[in-house]
Design a protein around this ligand. Structure first.
Ligand code: HXC
Length: 290
């Protein structure tokens, strides 16, 4: 069983006061964002990079940032040149959770009407693969955001945790569900009931992250993985992603049935024909995403 490190109880200090947040500036449609940075990366410019950029609050997630993130994701989703997306933060924090100062004075009525956490899971509707490159803290909503991505790579100093219990609440963006499915009941319960954090190494051992890299190499490695994905057929990649995601929603029998149907469906694509022909003809496949 992985050992858990003890978090500093900064949340209680945050809760002592509930300051008003400054209103967010508006941004231009072309991507003049205030809380994120976006770029196209990779040799073929086929990877969309989104960096959360709210350093003063350790990338704490609040609605204006989520709105920008969703806009950037939708833009990359629509861009036919982009085959995969990398989501990262800073070296200190992927995201230290939902913004406690924003949530502090919210009422039950406000939350229950669906205004809190509005559109926080748009990332799960993105059809292109999304890789989370996590350096530093991925706590609360930050850990949940990483778990909404398709692959998690971690920097060797990353820390994952669901400390909501220390704030008198519980995870509200999938922590009790996604974490439990990935790491199992005992570790999920321990993390969620104590608020203790796990290291990158413990997260890898538990299956939460697939690879660990030195801090300064992490984003580059995530982009390389995204490039590999982007060089494959986009339509078949989407089918593969759909099929893997179905494993979280279906029984084994239902999932196997769906997988077979999607497998057969690849035979309706030009790219399946091209991929197999290229192998037989001993050449590199030239996928056209059709
Ligand atoms: C708002 C936050 C914040 C957060 C950090 N900050 N986390 N502000 N919401 N979640 C702010 C601090 O107030 C501080 O700003 C600045 O970021 C730097 O943080 P420090 O605490 O000074 O840094 P450090 O001592 O290095 O400690 C880092 C930390 C600690 C261990 C990550 O900040 C921390 O425990 N943060 C809270 C983590 C947490 O509880 N996350 C879960 C949130 S609830 P000022 O201006 O004050 O100096 C949640 C619910 C999700 O996510 C529900 C569904 C989405």
């Amino acid at each position: 069983m992985a050992s858990l490190s003890t978090p500093m109880l900064r949340g209680s200090a945050l809760l002592r006061r509930c300051p008003r947040l400054p209103a967010a500036r508006s941004y231009a449609a072309g991507g003049n964002f205030e809380y994120i940075i976006t770029e196209k990366k990779g040799k073929a410019n086929n990877v969309g990079l989104v960096q959360l950029n709210r350093p003063k609050a350790l990338n704490a997630l609040f609605q204006p940032l989520i709105n920008e993130l969703n806009q950037a994701l939708m833009t990359f989703q629509k861009d036919p040149s982009i085959g995969a997306i990398v989501l990262t933060g800073s070296e200190k924090a992927f995201a230290a959770g939902a913004d406690i100062k924003e949530m502090c004075d919210k009422t039950f009525q406000y939350c229950y009407s669906g205004k809190l956490l509005k559109d926080w899971d748009i990332i799960t509707q993105i059809k292109k693969p999304v890789i989370a490159a996590v350096n530093g803290y991925a706590l609360g909503g930050g850990c949940e955001l990483a778990m909404m991505c398709d692959i998690i790579y971690a920097g060797e100093k990353a820390q994952f945790g669901q400390p909501e219990i220390l704030l008198g609440t519980i995870p509200g963006a999938g922590g009790t569900q996604r974490l439990t499915r990935v790491v199992g009941k005992s570790l999920a319960m321990e993390m969620i009931l104590t608020g203790d954090r796990i290291s990158a190494q413990e997260a890898k051992q538990a299956g939460l992250v697939s690879k660990i890299f030195p801090v300064e190499k992490l984003v580059e490695e995530a982009i390389q993985c995204a490039e590999k994905i982007a060089n494959n057929s986009k339509i078949v990649t989407e089918m593969a992603k759909d099929s893997v995601n179905a494993a979280f929603e279906m029984t084994l029998a239902e999932g196997l049935k769906l997988e077979k149907k999607i497998f057969y469906s690849t035979f309706a694509t030009d790219d399946r024909k091209e991929g197999m022909s290229a192998f037989v003809e001993k050449r590199k496949a030239d996928f056209k995403d059709k």
